[in-house]
Design a protein around this ligand. Structure first.
Ligand code: AMP
Length: 280
């Protein structure tokens, strides 16, 4: 595995891979790697000749009050993990390499970035779109793999690729969960044991919503009950819990198409994110 820290060296490597007619699969991450990330690497490796993984905690997608400074970082362990996964290139740039002092241009994701996650994190997806754009230019992947764990992000990246004509095939990987159902996340390390015990209730609640909706119970009643269940079960705050069209993320008036239940809820200061499909 090559560990690369600068765009110029990365560019040389990418050019030499392309010159040999080989394909590149790309998995962007913020590090603190877990099985969820590794499942995406497996997909990239299966689909392409070379796998490039980036580790970069992107400051542009954190608001001032969020956890940029405290975000879990363990690059040494991550590099060992990537090496054992036989990733070909790990790209681990420093902040000022990606965003030098005179960096100026930004991307606005528009309406799709303002709903669900975007309500409490209004600039989050603009920051995501910016880093993904930069990384796509640097890595020039044939395939980029993103997790369904961040379902709205996946949707927005597909739109970004379409709107900006990136020659990249976006592939998604299913959510990898702990045995008790909790979706794996780098932020799960924030949970103290009491919170960790409560955390799987989020997934169990999504599953219950699915069962009730498939039995034709009214959406609003089911969601109100779900919110109550989470709050009574120990969650401190429910940011949103909604049912949306799985393909467009438009609000669903009736459950006639494939749907996705999406939720974000707090355990103390830790915000958990999860989602589940409903196939009709
Ligand atoms: P992050 O490092 O949190 O920015 O995530 C990097 C990539 O891993 C994104 O495409 C995420 O959607 C994906 N990911 C994070 N957690 C999981 C999970 N539990 N299962 C599958 N993919 C995940």
């Amino acid at each position: 595995m090559q560990t690369i820290r600068t765009p110029s060296v990365l560019r040389q490597m990418v050019q030499s891979i392309k010159a040999r007619g080989k394909t590149i699969g790309f998995v962007p991450t913020m590090g603190a790697l877990h099985q969820g990330h590794l499942s995406l690497i497996d997909i990239a490796k299966k689909q392409c000749d070379y796998c490039i993984t980036s580790i970069f905690v992107n400051p542009k997608q954190f608001a001032a009050h969020e956890d940029f400074e405290g975000y879990p970082r363990d690059v040494a362990t991550d590099l060992e993990v990537l090496k054992s996964k036989q990733v070909h290139i790990a790209f681990i740039p420093q902040g000022d390499v990606i965003y030098p002092e005179d960096f100026s241009i930004h991307i606005a994701t528009g309406a799709i970035g303002q709903v669900l996650e975007g309500v409490s994190r209004p600039h989050f997806f603009d920051g995501v779109a910016l880093i993904v754009t930069k990384l796509f230019h640097l890595v020039q992947p044939d395939v980029a793999v993103f997790g369904e764990k961040d379902y709205q992000q996946l949707h927005i990246i597909r739109q970004l690729v379409k709107d900006f004509n990136f020659p990249v095939n976006i592939v998604s990987g299913p959510i990898v969960r702990e045995e008790d159902g909790l979706a794996m996340s780098s932020r799960n390390v924030y949970l103290v044991p009491m919170q960790r015990r409560v955390a799987p209730l989020l997934y169990r609640t999504l599953e219950k919503i699915r069962v009730f909706l498939l039995r034709d119970k009214p959406v609003n009643d089911v969601l109100a009950q779900a919110k109550k269940t989470l709050l009574e079960g120990g969650f401190t705050k429910v940011d949103y819990i909604e049912v949306r069209d799985a393909h467009t993320l438009a609000p669903l008036e009736s459950l006639t198409s494939s749907a996705r239940i999406l939720a974000a809820a707090y355990l103390g200061n830790t915000r958990l994110l999860d989602n589940l499909y409903i196939e009709f």
